[in-house]
Design a protein around this ligand. Structure first.
Ligand SMILES: Nc1ncnc2c1ncn2[C@@H]1O[C@H](COP(=O)(O)OP(=O)(O)OP(=O)(O)O)[C@@H](O)[C@H]1O
Ligand SMILES: [Mg+2]
Length: 252
């Protein structure tokens, strides 16, 4: 640990390519480094995050663990631009994003897979994926959208036969895969994942972990997770958050 409430980068990994990510990996853009500095956020008069700083190197999987209420979701939402009471820096490859609203951050390569998935149950799986067209200012699917669709369906083949069904009929595991697929449709360079294993059966957790293993190195991942087994399999380093402050840093 350095400085008590911050964690330095381990030095950026070389940005990955689809070839690095193993056979069958979906080719996605190379990861970017994410620098979070002195991030403070809360709700109303209550401050939940107290000046959190860390760097996730390009291509790194940085785990974040901590007890319920520690501020993990608040942290990811603040990085994504979804917390209105927030100050501090969020830089992607040195580009300052903190003054930009959430939709601009998405267009610059920052994508959030939110806690509880938050897919839209009343529209089809395909329509959930097409929502991301707005992030690129498009109204209709274009060649880029179709190429990304092919990539995410290669990563999550189970969604192929489910494109026409409403999101609400998907199983929990399928909903999680759709939530990750939806984020990948924006072509992220940093993926923020909030408890992807939450509420899933062990076999489904394995499938999600496999998919994230394929993505590893080709996109930077900040992985909030309470399942130590998942962190052990995926994370290069893991920060522990406690009462809105970084309380520890473990490697591996
Ligand atoms: N919308 C909100 N309005 C007011 N307080 C909130 C809101 N969201 C979260 N909080 C409070 O902020 C604190 C941190 O919550 P947060 O959801 O970030 O924690 P967490 O580490 O993600 O917890 P969990 O492991 O349960 O998901 C908690 O005390 C919570 O009650
Ligand atoms: Mg949470």
């Amino acid at each position: 640990m350095n400085g008590g409430n911050s964690a330095g980068g381990a030095g950026p990994h070389p940005a990955g390519t689809a070839a690095d990510a193993g056979p069958g990996a979906a080719p996605v853009p190379a990861g970017a480094s994410l620098a979070v500095s002195d991030l403070t956020a809360g709700y109303g008069r209550v401050t939940v995050l107290h000046g959190v700083s860390f760097i996730a190197g390009a291509g790194e999987v940085l785990g974040i663990s901590g007890p319920n209420g520690a501020g993990k979701t608040t942290l990811l939402n603040a990085i994504a631009g979804l917390n209105p009471r927030c100050s501090g820096g969020v830089d992607l490859n040195g580009v300052h994003l903190a003054r930009h609203p959430a939709y601009v951050r998405v267009s610059r390569g920052l994508a959030l897979v939110p806690e509880g998935r938050q897919i839209i149950g009343s529209i089809s799986v395909r329509a959930n994926l097409e929502l991301t067209l707005m992030a690129r200012g498009r109204l209709r699917p274009d060649a880029e959208h179709r190429a990304r669709m092919d990539q995410v369906l290669e990563l999550f083949p189970g969604l192929k036969n489910r494109l026409r069904v409403p999101g609400s009929v998907l199983s929990g595991g399928e909903q999680q895969m759709l939530a990750i697929a939806r984020a990948l449709m924006t072509g992220p360079r940093v993926l923020l994942l909030d408890e992807p294993s939450q509420g899933l059966a062990p076999s489904v957790v394995s499938a999600v972990v496999d998919a994230l293993q394929h993505l590893k190195r080709s996109v930077t991942i900040v992985l909030v997770e309470q399942n130590p087994h998942v962190l052990q399999m995926l994370a290069d380093r893991t920060l522990t958050l406690s009462l809105g402050r970084i309380a520890g840093l473990a490697t591996g």
